[in-house]
Each structure stands twice: as structure tokens, then as C-alpha cells.
Ligand binder design. Structure first.
Ligand code: PLP
Length: 453
């Protein structure tokens, strides 16, 4: 099929020329024309990303006036959709009446901490910061300080932010990444200080034996196992039954700190995140996209005896903007909203309707595709075989078909990230009517795909 890698437009019949013009102008000033890799041409926004005019609820409008049902949702933070009234009002009120940054604490911070501690049984104490990248950096440093060990196990295909210590083996070329059961660390690119990889052990995810083998080999040097509880950065991959339990058992046995990176899953798969939903208690956890209602705020918390090293100043967590007024006002309002009775049940019901509807569409069209997800997270895999880790995805998932699927959906007013390794996010603002419209678009695109492949 024709899947040119340099299309001249984003999608057939979609008028996006103003986005193209703005992109051309931006490229003269901003490297790559964008301020994050996930928006770049090489991440799928080819030949240019959409430029946004505004968002409201489940809808996003681009600068050419096209309106989309938005499942990109800012890559996750817009859990209530765009411009959620309660969060927006809380932030406006805080700025107008109180300020933004004080370099001193406010009572609001402890109120927020209490809400997080109440929601997450594994979190006794919590520190606040601004981004998932920072929160992961703090968690790994703390784990090293607590255990007095240096190595971190991380898994191929995951993303834990862009700091030097963990920006490795996200989506490496398999040919350069060593054997399947003992991958080698591959830097995201040049510029990483030499020797960082000596403190990383890269493993395939969903493979309890590989984890056990690595810990048997190097257990005394391993400070932490860092994992997403659901793999959300290579599409959506669920943990095999028993895998996270095995991880919990073996890390406990060897005094290794288990860190759950719940930047995506936290406060999205329920108030207690993936750990609550899947019934695993990590030692430290990281939250970000689910807690700010669209504002930059993150949290790192966990066991009191580990957090004690922050409490007594042994491990430093600084930050001029950490727990700034805007972040705290937003997160306090967001967590109050998330505590609305029935909110997650409703979010799951709408999401399930989308997930099962997409699965039916793919099956009815006879496409080699299936849908994987949990709660308001999901992705369509165009693959004949099962996918349980990054290398499965590399080997089995057809990125070219995904690209045609994505462009077809975009042309019909349904927006999600062009990368097959990203997710569709559903917000509390999405309605059953949104889902029905999405499924109608999907039926049309699937029929076209079935004719061409
Ligand atoms: N951890 C996970 C699982 C993520 O998905 C991301 C971002 O997508 C991060 C960490 C980094 O968070 P941030 O972009 O807020 O720095």
C-alpha cells in the first residue's frame, strides 16, 4: 500500500495550511519547530504538527478552524478535558487573590499532600515538584541513597522522562540493543555522560525470569526496579498475570526499592492509580499527568522510612517552582473533582465503550488488529501476534498501517497521537456521543484499510 514517508499534507481532504505556515515560521526560531520531541515531525507529525487554537471539553480546534474529538489530551494531563471549570477557577482565584511563587510554604500544600496520602495506601509521605522527569529523578536518587547501592533496573520500551540517568533504551534499534533476555543499554542519543549506563540494567518487561536472573546476578548492587505498572510508552501493554506480584516479591526479598512510575496511570486508573487497581504496593511512586488537571505538577512519595532521608535533609530535593501556588491550587481542585462519587465508574464505562467498539470495528473489517487497554488508556495494535514487551511490538506491529489509520481518523475529526507507541486517552468530558462519532469514523477508515491491505 502507499504509505509515503513524506506526505505533503497531514490527511487527505483536511485543510491545515495555516498549521503548515506557522510550522515553517517556527522552524526558523525553534529547533524542529516544536518544544518537545513528541510533537516533532520525526515522532509522526509529518509533514508538520497541527497548531492549536483552543480546546474545550473533549474538543480541540486547530488554527485552520478544524474541530477534533481529542484523544491526545495533551498526552494525558487533560483528564477532565480542556478548560475544566473547577480547576481553571481555582487557579484564577489563586493568582488573583494570593500570588504565584513565594519560596515559602502555604497551608494548601499540606492539604494536597493529605489528599494524595489518603488516596494511595503505599504513600506515607509525599514531596511535590513540577514534572514527571523531576519526580523520577528524585525517586531514583532517593532509592540509591536509601539502599547505598547504585544500579537501577529499567525496562526496554518504557519512558521515565529525559534526565541523563534514565533516558536510555526507550525505543532502541533492536539490532543495536543486545540479546532479547539481556539487552544492553542504548542511549536516547549523544550527549549522555560516559558511565551512566554502568548504573543501569536494562531488561525486557513482562519477563519474571529475566528479572529474577538479573537480581540473582547483581542483587547486592541494585538500588531500585523502576517500572510503569502498565506499559504506556510502547502503545499500551498490560502486565501478564502474576508479573507485578513476582516483581514485588523478589524486590522485597533483596531489599530493592520498587518504584512505580505512575505518571500516566496515577489518578487515572482510579484514585489509587494502577497500584490500587492491580493490588500491588510499591515502595516509592511517582505521579504527574493525572493530578494537575492540565497544570504542571508532580509528586514523589512512598514509605515513611525511605522518605525520612528527605525529611532529615540527607537527600536534597530542591526547586524554585516546586509546589508553586498555581500547581497546588490546580492539584487541590483536580483531586477534589476526582473524588466525585462515581467519576471513575463513568470514565471507565465510556472508555470501555470506545475500546470494545474499536475492537468490533477492527474485527468486522477483518483487519489484523486488536485493542489493548485498561480504563481510559488504550491503543490499537495492527498486529497478528500478541505483544507483551517492546521487542514484540517492534517485530509484530505494523507502523505503516497505523499511519494510514491515524491520517484517516484525523481527516474525519478524531485526534490522537500519530505514534503507534503512544496511547488514546479518554477524559471525563468525553460523552457516549463522542464515542459513537469516533466509532463511525473508525468504521469508514477500517473499511478503507481492509480494501487496500
Ligand atoms: N514517566 C512516564 C511514564 C511518562 O509517560 C512521562 C512522560 O510522558 C514521564 C515520566 C515524564 O514526565 P514529564 O513529561 O512530566 O517530565
Amino acid at each position: 500500500m502507499d504509505t509515503s514517508t513524506h506526505p505533503s499534507a497531514l490527511a487527505d481532504g483536511l485543510q491545515t495550511s495555516r498549521s503548515g505556515e506557522l510550522f515553517g515560521a517556527a522552524c526558523k526560531l525553534i529547533p524542529g519547530g516544536v518544544n518537545s520531541t513528541a510533537r516533532a515531525t520525526w515522532s509522526g507529525w509529518n509533514p508538520y504538527p497541527l497548531f492549536v487554537e483552543s480546546g474545550q471539553g473533549s474538543r480541540l480546534t486547530d488554527v485552520d478552524g478544524n474541530e477534533y474529538i481529542d484523544y491526545l489530551l495533551g498526552l494525558g494531563p487533560m483528564i477532565f478535558g480542556h478548560r475544566p471549570a473547577r480547576v481553571t477557577q481555582a487557579v484564577v482565584d489563586f493568582i488573583q487573590n494570593r500570588g504565584t511563587v513565594f519560596a515559602l510554604p502555604t497551608a494548601d500544600e499540606a492539604r494536597l499532600a493529605q489528599k494524595i496520602v489518603d488516596a494511595i495506601p503505599s504513600v506515607d509521605m509525599v514531596r511535590l515538584c513540577n514534572t514527571g522527569t523531576e519526580a523520577v529523578l528524585y525517586a531514583t536518587r532517593l532509592a540509591r541513597a536509601f539502599t547505598k547501592r547504585s544500579k537501577i533496573i529499567r525496562f526496554e520500551g518504557m519512558y521515565h522522562g529525559f534526565s541523563d540517568g534514565v533516558y536510555w533504551s526507550k525505543h532502541p534499534s533492536i539490532s543495536k540493543a543486545g540479546p532479547d533476555n539481556r539487552p544492553i543499554a542504548v542511549a536516547q542519543g549523544p550527549g549522555m555522560p560516559k558511565g551512566v549506563e554502568d548504573n543501569l540494567i536494562i531488561l525486557p518487561w513482562n519477563d519474571a525470569q529475566a528479572l529474577e536472573d538479573a537480581i540473582r546476578r547483581e542483587g547486592d548492587n541494585i538500588a531500585a526496579v523502576l517500572t510503569e505498572p502498565v506499559m504506556c510508552n510502547t502503545g499500551c501493554i498490560l502486565p501478564r498475570p502474576g508479573y507485578l506480584q513476582a516483581m514485588r516479591e523478589i524486590t522485597s526479598k533483596h531489599g530493592i526499592v520498587l518504584i512505580f512510575d505512575e505518571v500516566i496511570t496515577g489518578f487515572r486508573l482510579g484514585l489509587a492509580g494502577a497500584q490500587g487497581r492491580l493490588g500491588i504496593k510499591p515502595d516509592l511512586s511517582v505521579f504527574a499527568k493525572g493530578i494537575g488537571g492540565g497544570f504542571p505538577v508532580a509528586a514523589m512519595g512512598g514509605r515513611a522510612d525511605i522518605m525520612a532521608l528527605v525529611a532529615n535533609g540527607t537527600v536534597s530535593m530542591a526547586g524554585t517552582y516546586s509546589a508553586n501556588g498555581i500547581a497546588i491550587a490546580a492539584a487541590n481542585a483536580a483531586l477534589d473533582e476526582l473524588n466525585t462519587p462515581g467519576l471513575y465508574a463513568q470514565l471507565d464505562a465510556v472508555s470501555d465503550e470506545l475500546r470494545s467498539g474499536l475492537a468490533t470495528v477492527m474485527a468486522d473489517a477483518g483487519l489484523p488488529a486488536y485493542v489493548v487497554g485498561i480504563g481510559p488508556l488504550m491503543q490499537v495494535w495492527f498486529a497478528k501476534d500478541e505483544i507483551h514487551n517492546y521487542r514484540d511490538a517492534e517485530r509484530h506491529a505494523d507502523q505503516k498501517i497505523f499511519d494510514v489509520w491515524w491520517r484517516g481518523m484525523l481527516a474525519r475529526g478524531v485526534l490522537f497521537h500519530p505514534g503507534a507507541y503512544e496511547n488514546l486517552f479518554v477524559s471525563t468530558a468525553h460523552t457516549r456521543a463522542d464515542v459513537a462519532a469516533t466509532l463511525e469514523a473508525a468504521r469508514q477508515v477500517a473499511a478503507e484499510l481492509a480494501r487496500t491491505i
